[in-house]
Ligand binder design. Structure first.
Ligand code: NAP
Ligand code: MG
Length: 402
């Protein structure tokens, strides 16, 4: 059988622990037997990040700007325990944070819906897509521990040397402070990516912040969205018969729970981080969610929304069997290959990506699944497969198509 040709390489960002094991299995069983894979490989495994002083992460993001499409494996964000475990030179930053800071943009996360895995919120009939702003706020904050009494201020020094000050707090005892920022052009591109994605997918767009409390910071987000909507998108939304709807974050959370789904929920960086984990768990499993970073320049980085599944990895190292769900990582590959096919006009590659996704869904719907799904499925007598056998079952489904 001849393999499907590619034109432009994918930027391949390998990662850590259990997802690194899955990564290789996915390539061996589901990608390279079918596609003449062209990729530029970057090893973002923690060991290699440490060896390169994290330069490899920056290089991989720069390569994404060069080629346009990347696929990323989950990676460890080091904490104190990891510094010891991997004997790190430094507590390197989150690779996702570094990549997002270089590419800017918005992360779209949508649940992968299969029959037999029903959302635990009964009224959710359609997927809810989170659009997470990927720049700034608490992810680029400066923090200080305040040891004791003293005055803390925000100081803006203009280029001409003049200053503007705002009191944060007159400390009479110990405390903590944090300084966050964002950039108007990043918020503008966030808004445009959300409006475009809503039009592309013909879904309503919701946006929410805490503008009643944060009258300058969050209010700026609200105002920028509204201005861009009124100027550039209002008529297009009317023509597409979809709505843009702004509300307070508390109200949004309450309404989401009562909704039937089928819309995009735009979230500030932190809200999107937290709410996407809540949504994916409520829709079934962290491993049943797609995630793609779309930059304002039109670069795409596909990944799984979950982490490196450390607990399973330690079992794997002890030689024990694991049943780790590879669906989100497979969908990262299919998403990236489909986008490459679209950009390079390779319909066969796009068709392969569709089939790969279909094979994942049909395999699960036929009752073959990993432990995380078997625990929650409404299908009777599911067969629980180990990590490898699940991938092989997907391959068998895929091969049955031609
Ligand atoms: P995690 O890897 O997402 O795993 C949390 C738990 O969720 C697992 O212990 C497992 O539950 C379940 N789970 C997640 N993905 C699963 C899958 N594919 N199949 C089956 N079960 C799955 O999060 P974590 O343990 O908090 O973080 C581990 C490492 O990942 C950390 O070093 C963190 O920095 C990193 N991380 C990376 C990313 C990223 O690169 N995008 C995102 C988040 C975290 P059970 O143990 O109950 O089976
Ligand atoms: Mg998170």
């Amino acid at each position: 059988m001849s393999k499907i040709e590619m034109k432009t390489p994918l930027v391949e960002m390998d990662g850590d622990e259990m997802t690194r094991i899955l990564w290789q299995m996915i390539k061996d069983e589901l990608i390279t037997p079918f596609v003449d894979l062209k990729s530029e490989y970057y090893d973002l495994g923690l060991k290699h990040r440490n060896e390169t002083n994290d330069q490899v992460t920056i290089d991989s993001a720069e390569a994404t700007k060069k080629y346009g499409v990347a696929v990323k494996c989950a990676t460890i964000t080091p904490n104190a325990a990891r510094v010891e475990e991997y004997d790190l030179k430094e507590m390197w930053k989150s690779p996702n944070g570094t990549i997002r800071a270089i590419l800017d943009g918005t992360v779209f996360r949508a649940p992968i819906i299969v029959k037999g895995i029903e959302p635990c919120v009964k009224n959710w009939k359609k997927p809810i897509t989170i659009a997470r702003h990927a720049y700034g706020d608490v992810y680029k904050a400066s923090e200080m521990k305040i040891p004791g009494p003293g005055k803390v201020e925000l100081v803006y020094t203009r280029e001409d040397g003049t200053e503007e000050r705002e009191l944060i707090h007159n400390f009479t005892k110990a405390g903590v402070i944090q300084g966050q920022h964002n950039l108007c052009d990043s918020i503008e591109s966030f808004a445009r990516s959300c409006f475009n994605f809503a039009l592309d997918t013909k879904q309503d767009l919701w946006f929410a912040t805490k503008d009643t409390i944060s009258k300058k910071y969050d209010h700026t987000f609200k105002d920028i969205f509204q201005e861009i909507f009124d100027k550039e998108y209002k008529e297009k939304f009317e023509a597409a018969n979809i709505e843009y709807f702004y509300t307070l974050i508390d109200d949004a959370v309450a309404r989401v729970m009562k909704s039937e789904g089928g819309f995009i929920w735009a979230c500030k960086n932190y809200d999107g981080d937290v709410m996407s984990d809540m949504l994916s768990s409520a829709f079934g499993s962290l491993a049943m969610m797609t995630s793609v970073l779309v930059s304002p320049q039109g670069y795409f980085e596909y990944e799984a929304a979950h982490g490196t599944v450390q607990r399973h990895y330690y079992k794997h190292l002890k030689g024990e069997e694991t049943s780790t769900n590879s669906v989100a990582t497979i969908f990262a590959w299919s998403g990236a290959l489909r986008k490459r096919g679209e950009l390079d006009e390779l319909p066969e590659l796009m068709k392969f990506a569709d089939n790969l996704e279909k094979a994942c869904i049909e395999t699960i719907e036929s009752g073959k699944m990993t432990g995380d799904l078997a625990r929650i499925t409404s299908l009777e007598n599911p067969s629980v497969l180990n990590s490898k056998d699940f991938i092989i079952a997907i391959r068998e489904t895929l091969e049955s198509y031609d």
